[in-house]
Design a protein around this ligand. Structure first.
Ligand SMILES: Nc1ncnc2c1ncn2[C@@H]1O[C@H](COP(=O)(O)OP(=O)(O)OP(=O)(O)O)[C@@H](O)[C@H]1O
Ligand SMILES: [Mg+2]
Length: 154
């Protein structure tokens, strides 16, 4: 199953994130793919908001690669842009974080950690268009829980 939609503004991308953030139940992993400036962090801001996290708290993790927020559940915001090598993910504890029962995980630059992503997850691809304020957002749910989430927002 694949579902693609056109976002016409940053606010729209944020709203899509918020809708999913309201629905998500831990444990769950959302993997975000796409180029610089394609809208991943914008999505995460909305997603966090939907989970009851104050939106001001949301910024891309830099040196630590992971931020933790407290909403109605725990949210880990991972950004693998600065990851040097995938072999670091296990010693840094990422595989443990992704399997925490009471947490939701959202991962920017998930392609850089592809090999250690759990089988059950929601993949979301962000693509630029010819228009500065439009992005294609493509959902690839992996597993039944993710599929049900996407069906719920259709
Ligand atoms: N439809 C849209 N959806 C999302 N962002 C948009 C859209 N239109 C314009 N933008 C702008 O594009 C930029 C997206 O930046 P954002 O930080 O979300 O990207 P990113 O994918 O996280 O990049 P990076 O890989 O650098 O972390 C923002 O400045 C946002 O305002
Ligand atoms: Mg980002």
């Amino acid at each position: 199953m694949e579902f693609r939609m056109l976002s016409r503004s940053a606010a729209e991308t944020e709203a899509i994130g918020e809708t999913l953030g309201k629905l998500v139940v831990p444990p769950f992993v959302v993997a975000l793919f796409g180029d610089l400036g394609s809208g991943k962090t914008t999505f995460v801001r909305g997603f966090a908001k939907g989970l009851g996290v104050p939106i001001e708290a949301v910024r891309s993790p830099s040196f630590t690669l992971v931020n933790q927020y407290e909403g109605r559940v725990k949210l880990y915001h991972i950004d693998l842009y600065r990851l040097d090598d995938i072999s670091e993910l296990i010693p840094l504890g990422f595989t443990d974080i992704m399997s925490e029962e009471d947490a939701v995980c959202v991962i920017e630059w998930a392609e850089r950690g592809y090999l250690v992503l759990p089988d059950e997850r929601l993949d979301i691809y962000f693509d630029h268009t010819d228009s500065e304020n439009e992005r294609w957002i493509t959902f690839h749910p992996q597993g039944e829980t993710a599929k049900a989430m996407i069906e719920a927002i259709l």
